[in-house]
Design a protein around this ligand. Sequence first.
Ligand code: TPP
Length: 275
Amino acid sequence: MDNNKINELKQKAKLIREGILDCIGVDKKGHLGGSMSSADLVAALYFYKMRINPNTPHDPDRDRFIFSKGHSVLAQYAALAELGFFPKSELKHTKELGSILQGHPEIRTPGVEANTGSLGQGLSIGIGMALAAKLDRRDSRVYVIVGDGELCEGQIWEAVTCANFYKLDNLVAIVDKNRFQASGNIKERYDIGDIKAKFDVYGWKTWEIDGHNMSEIVDALDQAELVKESPCSIIANTVKGKGVSFAENNFSFHNNSLTKEQYEQARKDIASIMA
Ligand SMILES: Cc1ncc(C[n+]2csc(CCOP(=O)(O)OP(=O)(O)O)c2C)c(N)n1
């Protein structure tokens, strides 16, 4: 992909990060860290790879995206608003009573494909969708972002073996490997070890990339599309809170509110990206 297109995607990732801040606002708790770490991945999926159209949101041939680590949905809301699934003005109403945008994904929100939030379930939902597409002889592809903390959930590993058994080459799991979960560093909390080796041994075709390098993300997504008869996983090394100086690698911003001063600093930090 040429540099202009990569730069366009980086700008989209910046817009997503701005949208995450719109959702969080001041003095309102929100999942900043994991939303920011996924922003580049979400940008590449929504603005490059996936075949979706806000004018035909129920097209049976569309690709599907599932945020299995549903608490990071703010990145998805920002992308969907940018694509016109709903007005951008909705972002600042996130988590308000009656808002179409709640703290975790719900299918009543235009563009959201699955209810998630209870960790560990989204990959299984993705398998159902990928298998259905195969049975219906449709070309739809299914992309699922899971967290590295989420990988402690046993259901994930049932899903991993199942996808291999059914040779779901239309399924891509992307691990947002930001090395933190809710209350601390994975190494200190619960470390499952070499993630890539585990997907490999279960028969998945796997890449490990820098999850903030747009060229690497795009290349891995392109290569995954060429694979036949195996599900694919992309282990994306990321930084929790990426782009917000005081939140990077700081688990206390996993789900926290921002003071007015922190919010303004975060705005400045994001504005300085590619400025
Ligand atoms: C089944 C279940 N257990 C616990 C939680 C509470 N919880 C929300 S986020 C989170 C940490 C997830 O870590 P990770 O998947 O690495 O997410 P990220 O660091 O990318 O935000 C936990 C334990 C949950 N949502 N679901």
